[in-house]
Design a protein. Structure first.
Length: 278
């Protein structure tokens, strides 16, 4: 079994834990590679074990950080490599374990006591070409001028679904439904559902509401205001300006994100306690 290690670069505790994970796995006899950016911020790893994320070819990547670190890994790796997330971030919706559970979790992975949770991703085509990273959370088409709305039409499988004047349009996976899409009024979507959420961001018309469509849908977005640029944002990690005439198409990606999980529960169980009056 071969492991990769990636850490959040702006947090010393994450970098130190990354080295402890690296050392534990090496001492246990496993091949380990470390992300080149992680090595840059903590220069204690064996030079021969350092690789760019784009060249990772391992069985599991241990990601020590928050959701942003996991998204960075997903955008740069070329293969569908299972991720074990250790929460060293602010939110940690995508991470599986807390720092104090790290080595217990690694022992379970080594023993094969885990399962793989697969999540759909979205692919964005610009004028029919795949030029940007796939999205695990969402694709957002945003106004290029703060304070100025954009005028968009979007089509589902060729049919006009809505015409919106808004700050933007968010197209989200179930995984991303708890993020930007929810802030824009979209619903929470159970990650087991194979759907996509489309949510206008601060629309002028009250009739412009979020909708849920099958993930097999082809979503085409067109900029009606042909004199105004828009910003394309992928997972809040990748941004680019698009010329007004750019044809934007969003489809389900052939790739998936794979997470190492130890429990199949989506909603934590709880026990209702009834207090005695006596």
């Amino acid at each position: 079994m071969k492991f990769g290690v990636v850490a959040r670069r702006d947090k010393v505790e994450a970098l130190k834990l990354a080295y402890r994970v690296y050392d534990f796995l090496k001492v246990s006899g496993f091949d380990v590679v470390v992300d080149a950016d992680t090595h840059k911020y903590l220069n204690e790893f064996n030079e021969g074990d350092v690789l760019p994320l784009e060249e990772f070819d391992v069985d599991v990547i241990v990601v020590i950080g928050g959701d942003g670190t996991i998204l960075r890994v997903e955008h740069k790796t070329k293969k569908e490599i299972p991720i074990l997330g250790v929460n060293m971030g602010t939110l940690g919706f995508l991470t599986e374990v807390e720092p104090h559970e790290t080595f217990f979790a690694l022992s379970r992975v080594i023993e094969g006591d885990y399962y793989i949770d697969e999540r759909i991703k979205l692919r964005t085509l610009l004028d029919g070409e795949n030029k940007v990273p796939d999205a695990l959370n969402e694709v957002a088409v945003l106004t290029g001028i703060p304070g100025k709305i954009i005028h968009l039409k979007y089509y589902i499988d060729g049919g006009l679904a809505d015409e919106v004047r808004a700050d933007g349009l968010i197209i989200s996976t179930p995984t991303g439904s708890t993020g930007y899409s929810m802030s824009a009024g979209g619903p929470f979507v159970d990650p087991r559902l194979d759907v996509v959420v489309i949510a206008p961001l601060a629309p002028i018309a009250l009739s412009s509401r979020p909708m849920v469509v099958p993930s097999s849908s082809r979503i085409d977005v067109r900029n009606v205001a042909m004199t105004r640029e828009v910003i394309l944002a992928i997972d809040g990690q990748f941004y680019t300006y698009l010329s007004p005439e750019t044809e934007i198409t969003v489809v389900r990606s052939p790739r998936k994100t794979k997470f190492v999980r130890f429990s199949r529960e989506i909603y934590p169980k709880y026990t209702m306690k009834i207090k005695s009056r006596f």
